[in-house]
Every structure is written in structure tokens, then in C-alpha cells.
Design a protein around this ligand. Structure first.
Ligand code: SF4
Length: 370
């Protein structure tokens, strides 16, 4: 199609360098002839000895599946939780964001393609970390949440699970930001250690998933229902891509899924897209489009619709779903929790109990942006 552009960045083919037997993968089964079947994501790749799966980071070495990217980070950065399209959980709090490389999808418009697409990742950007080093970094910077993000943490699964379990001992929470293209077995294990999920649903159209992400939709929706039933906090996002998903049909299907299968309390972030990777020959999503999506959701009964990747807009704010009082004001990634939001999550104006989690008085921004 006319939008596709091939990046002129050298492919590094790191898989030729990796023969790392440090960490045996979780969730796989042995097959005849020393093959293995990975059970981490719905592809369920059958991998011959010496080969890797679709994600290029899980390798069969001598009939055992190894997680080649265990402990290898390309990014570790301090950010605010709003960066992750999470507005109703510890609003304004600091997070330690961690990313690595590889992905079990290949979205044509990926905004982290230089890391998520394994062939483009450069070895000089990859550094080894132990679980203890990650936890020490968080504690040293007084950070209460680790955020597994950038590339899809699905393919960093073992390190995420191990670090999340250990960090709990220090009172640290874990946020998992993912396209959620996983098996239900994998999600069930995550539910034991993850405190908040940021789930990116790319579209509500199966053909779209197959064409633009190389994945498929049903497991994503089923996994989202699973998280909803677990009671663990989660928020949804939908990247509104110019010419692909900036239309009422997409918005309405997303809104109906929330209202029929999840809850009116589920926050949804309609996020603005910028041209990237193979999808370059188009415009940034007009701000009016993500605002329109939000308004459509609000009118239909969704209580916490937001825009994303927009610097200044009323729809970045959180309003009381009952009386409309402004509770949290945002400007870029700055967050000001208004006195109208009580520490327990109640609206001071009307007494409505919101679903906003863990408002820590220490996290309130002191400067009033008004
Ligand atoms: S995680 Fe990777 S190796 Fe495993 S099934 Fe998915 S793409 Fe294949």
C-alpha cells in the first residue's frame, strides 16, 4: 500500500550474536525431534533447534527454550505515570520505565520500532541489569512503581515476572503496558504479580489486526475481559491512526466493548498518532478526532474518557462522573490533583466515590496550574 516505507536503518541481526542460556523460558513444551512449542503468545511458535520464534528473542538451544533477552534493557527512565496512558492510578506519581527489544507483533506504524523490531536494535543500546539493580534504582529515586513498557513486555516475560515478584517485598508496584497479545495461561501468571495494566487495543476490526499488526484480535479482547474479572486496575488505550482508525465505526465498537463486556468505569485513552516506521505518508491525527472520540464515549456513558499524546486539552483532565466537578487537571505530563478530589477518591463537591486508586497526599503537585 502507498503508506508503507522501508526504514533505511541498518539491520543488526542480533540473534546471530545471542546464544544465551542464562534463563530457561517459562511456558513452553517439548516436542519431538528436539523442537519446542512456545506457549507465551497465541502464535504458539514451534521452534526447531538453533532457531528463534517470530519475536526473535526466544531461542531453542538443544531442545530447551531460552529467554534470550532476560535482564537486557534498552531503556531505563524516570517518568510520570501519565506517560503510560494511566490516569486513574496513583495520578502524578513517578515511575521507573523499563524497555527491552523484540516484539510478538509487527505494527506498520510502531512508534518504538527501533527497539521493538529486533533487526533494528543496536547492541550498544543494550545493557544488562540484575533484578537487584532495578529495585535499587527505584528505591534510590523514591519510585513506587516499575513500568514495563516501550517494546511489548510480553517478550520480556520472565524478567518481568521475576522482578515484579521480588520488588513486591519492597512495597514496589508493577505496571504492565502491553498490546496483550498473550495466551490466557500467560495472563493468569501476570495477574499474580502485576498491580496495574495499560492495555493497548489497536482496533476492533479483525482484518485490521491481521493487516497492520500481524496479530489477531480475539485473544486481546479475551485477555482484557480476564483482567477486568480479576478486579486489578487497568486502563485501555486506542491509538487513533490517521486514515485507519479515526472513524466512528472504530470508536463505537470500542465504546460498546467497554460498556457491554467491561464497565463504564474503565478508563479509555484515545491516543494521537504521529507518522512512524512504515506508515509515514500521512498526517498526525487531528486533535479534533481524538476529542470527538472522547466525547462520543462520554455521551454513551463511559465515565473516564481521555485523549492522549496531546499537550493541552480539557479532555486530559479528570472530571467527577456524577457532577462534572474538575478533580485532576493536566497540562502535558504535569498533574495537579485538585482539593475537590479527596484522598480516598471521593468527589468533595457531590460525594461521588470515583474509582481513582490510591491518591497519596504526598503526590499532589504543589503548583496550581490555573
Ligand atoms: S512469544 Fe515469541 S516465540 Fe513465543 S509464541 Fe509468541 S512470537 Fe512465538
Amino acid at each position: 500500500m502507498s503508506h508503507v516505507w522501508t526504514p533505511e536503518v541498518p539491520k543488526h541481526n542480533l540473534h546471530l550474536e545471542f546464544n544465551d542460556t542464562t534463563k530457561e523460558a517459562y511456558l513452553y513444551e517439548k516436542q519431538p525431534c528436539n523442537k519446542v512449542r512456545c506457549l507465551l503468545c497465541p502464535r504458539r511458535c514451534v521452534i526447531a533447534p538453533g532457531k528463534v520464534g517470530f519475536c526473535k528473542v526466544r531461542k531453542n538451544i538443544g531442545g530447551t527454550l531460552f529467554a534470550q533477552s532476560y535482564g537486557k534493557a534498552t531503556h531505563i527512565t524516570t517518568e510520570r505515570i501519565e506517560t503510560e496512558a494511566v490516569h486513574n492510578y496513583y495520578p502524578g506519581s513517578k515511575i521507573l520505565s523499563l524497555g527491552n527489544f523484540g516484539c510478538n507483533l509487527d505494527c506498520d506504524y510502531c512508534q518504538n520500532w527501533m527497539y521493538s523490531q529486533f533487526e533494528y536494535a543496536a547492541s550498544e543500546h543494550i545493557h544488562n541489569y540484575s533484578i537487584k539493580q532495578v529495585i535499587d534504582m527505584a528505591i534510590a529515586d523514591d519510585i513506587k512503581t516499575l513500568s514495563w513498557t516501550y517494546n511489548d513486555p510480553a517478550v520480556w516475560y520472565e524478567f518481568v515476572i521475576d522482578t515484579a515478584a521480588e520488588s513486591k517485598k519492597y512495597g514496589i508496584k508493577n505496571l504492565f503496558k502491553s498490546a496483550f497479545f498473550l495466551t490466557s495461561e500467560a495472563v493468569c501468571e501476570l495477574l499474580k504479580v502485576i498491580d496495574v495494566f495499560a492495555i493497548s487495543i489497536k482496533s476492533m476490526d479483525e482484518q485490521y489486526y491481521r493487516q497492520f499488526t500481524k496479530g489477531w484480535l480475539p485473544p486481546v479482547l479475551e485477555n482484557t475481559r480476564l483482567v477486568h474479572r480479576s478486579g486489578i486496575h487497568y486502563e485501555l488505550s486506542n491509538l487513533v491512526v490517521t486514515g485507519l482508525t479515526n472513524n466512528n465505526d472504530n470508536y463505537d465498537k470500542m465504546i460498546n466493548f467497554i460498556l457491554n463486556d467491561l464497565s463504564a468505569d474503565t478508563p479509555i485513552h484515545f491516543t494521537r498518532f504521529h507518522p512512524d516506521y512504515k506508515y509515514m505518508n500521512c498526517e498526525k491525527t487531528p486533535i479534533e478526532d481524538v476529542v470527538a472520540a472522547c466525547e462520543r464515549a462520554r455521551t454513551a456513558g463511559v465515565k473516564y474518557p481521555y485523549v492522549g499524546n496531546v499537550f493541552e486539552c480539557e479532555r486530559l483532565n479528570t472530571y467527577c462522573p456524577s457532577c462534572g466537578e474538575l478533580l485532576i487537571r493536566r497540562y502535558g505530563l504535569n498533574t495537579y490533583i485538585k482539593p475537590s478530589l479527596e484522598p480516598g477518591g471521593k468527589c468533595a463537591a457531590c460525594g461521588c466515590q470515583t474509582t481513582i486508586v490510591n491518591i497519596d497526599p504526598d503526590d499532589r503537585r504543589l503548583e496550581d496550574m490555573e
